[in-house]
Design a protein. Structure first.
Length: 182
């Protein structure tokens, strides 16, 4: 009976194990920063700065500033404080999810590494664009914050991750290879 579920249990085990390992590694990285002193992790700072750079292509009064009371970075657009970038905005949690799923659907090592690198880069660039577009939208439509931040932009980023997974499973994973042979 258990034999028929072996492929699913194998997939689930690899997914959970890789997700836990990546999350523990990321958490140990975050533990190096003292949130009680409003310290922001380096990657969140990089994401905030890259977003401000993208916004500055549209408006030269776009910049970041450290938040003195909480671990976040203030983001200004057209000289106005629009949003704060916190650790959850940096995209690492969705990248971890993406990598764990990719590893769970085993593929050739070279393909796996290239796909993880390329997918991570796509997610990162998309995240910067997402934050920049969200800031622009919030500048003009601040009353739409809940739907923009809570619905539309997560739908876009998770939609792209889903599409990346579909490509991985159907073109590069061992599942795709075994399915093509049938």
């Amino acid at each position: 009976m258990l034999q028929q579920y072996k492929p699913f249990l194998y997939f689930l085990g690899k997914f959970v194990l890789s997700y836990i390992i990546l999350t523990v590694v990321y958490q140990s990285y975050l533990n190096r920063f003292d949130s009680s002193k409003a310290e922001v992790d380096s990657f969140t700072q990089i994401v905030a700065n890259q977003t401000a750079t993208v916004l500055s292509w549209i408006d030269n009064q776009s910049y970041t500033m450290a938040h003195l009371k909480e671990p976040s970075v203030k983001l200004f657009y057209k000289g106005k404080y629009i949003s704060r970038i916190i650790e959850g905005c940096n995209g690492i949690s969705v990248i971890i999810l993406f990598i764990a799923f990719t590893l769970a659907f085993t593929g050739k090592l070279k393909n796996t590494l290239i796909f993880i690198f390329t997918g991570t880069l796509i997610i990162h660039i998309l995240n910067i664009a997402r934050i920049a577009l969200l800031c622009i939208a919030l500048y003009f439509f601040p009353e739409m914050e809940h739907i923009l931040h809570g619905v539309i932009f997560p739908l876009v980023i998770y939609g792209v991750i889903f599409l990346l997974w579909v490509v991985w499973v159907n073109k590069y994973s061992n599942y795709a290879s075994s399915f093509a042979k049938k």
